[in-house]
Design a protein around this ligand. Structure first.
Ligand code: GUN
Length: 293
């Protein structure tokens, strides 16, 4: 029977990285300068270390210089703030990311406010987030995963204007900014979250379904309208004794069911993830271009 088209995030991400790399090469040749990204990691979370390694490797590949600051799990808030302030002042640094989540004793909201809005390549500073939410204003940076979601839709030729779309989840780093960005692209946006009654009633009306939940297989086939486009932003680690590392990555969507209903779907892994990384490179390059003038 019918199966959905698979939106190949890996090849789209590669294409974007390739164009960024050539732009950086040309800038280096012309003015002798390269973009720089600073990464801050607090503690030793295995998942955060893995994400940071992916980001650093991607920077390396396209010619973005990297600085990394590793702080101990029990570091004082002032230590972290000093490190961020140092990067704010450093002219070789064009982007700063503080890998989340932070240990409990550190105030994430406060730390996001200390990153200079001009170097906030994650787009989490309230100034950038607020400008994203307000029509007629331009944020300096748009959060990478949200940008990646739209990039995939546009490159796959999905019409967004006037389309019913649902974002499942409202996290400050993925769901909420994705709702804002879909609105900026003139979609009709509904939000579904933990307190929503009968979520499947809402999701099954949508032409575009975006998930940011963190629960494997929560979105079933019967949550989807036939022909819907599904962007699965979930990155869930599940135990898998057959896998080399003892776990594998899976999304929020029950893939086997969804491919029988949707017209197109992003796989996990290999969907939004790699494009999100390319958007980080893109934000860092944009920031460097503003700084280079
Ligand atoms: N943790 C999970 N996703 C992200 C992200 O996009 N940026 C940062 N800094 N931390 C994260």
């Amino acid at each position: 029977g019918h199966t959905a088209a698979i939106i190949d995030g890996k090849s789209i991400a590669r294409d974007i990285r390739f164009r960024i790399a050539s732009e950086i090469r040309r800038a280096k040749a012309a003015i002798g300068k390269s973009p720089g990204l600073a990464v801050v990691l607090v503690g030793k979370r295995r998942d955060s270390e893995a994400y940071i390694n992916i980001k650093l490797r991607a920077c390396d590949e396209v010619g973005i210089a990297t600085l990394i600051a590793e702080l101990p799990e029990n570091c004082a808030e002032t230590e972290l703030l000093d490190v961020v302030s140092g990067f704010n002042e450093d002219p070789s640094v064009h982007g700063i990311i503080v890998q989340l989540p932070l240990p409990q004793h550190l105030d994430e909201e406060k730390i996001m406010t200390v990153v200079s809005p001009e170097k906030d390549v994650d787009g989490f500073h309230p100034l950038n987030m607020g400008n994203l939410a307000m029509r007629g204003r331009e944020p300096l940076f748009i959060p990478c995963a949200s940008k990646g979601c739209i990039e995939l839709l546009l490159r796959f030729g999905v019409e967004i204007i006037g389309k019913k779309s649902v974002v499942i989840g409202r996290s400050k780093i993925v769901g909420l900014p994705t709702s804002f960005l879909l609105q900026r692209h003139h979609a009709t946006v509904s939000t579904v979250h933990a307190f929503t009654k009968n979520p499947e009633q809402i999701t099954s009306q949508a032409d575009i379904v975006v998930t940011d939940v963190g629960i494997p297989n929560i979105v079933r086939g019967n949550w989807l309208k036939p022909g819907a486009v599904v962007i699965d932003m979930g990155t869930n680690l599940v135990k898998d004794p057959n896998s080399r590392r003892g776990f594998r990555v899976t999304g929020d969507v029950c893939y086997e069911e969804a491919i029988k209903v949707a017209s197109a779907i992003t796989p996990v892994p290999g969907g939004v993830g790699p494009v999100t990384i390319s958007m980080l490179l893109s934000n860092t390059l944009d920031s460097a271009k503003r700084a280079f003038g």
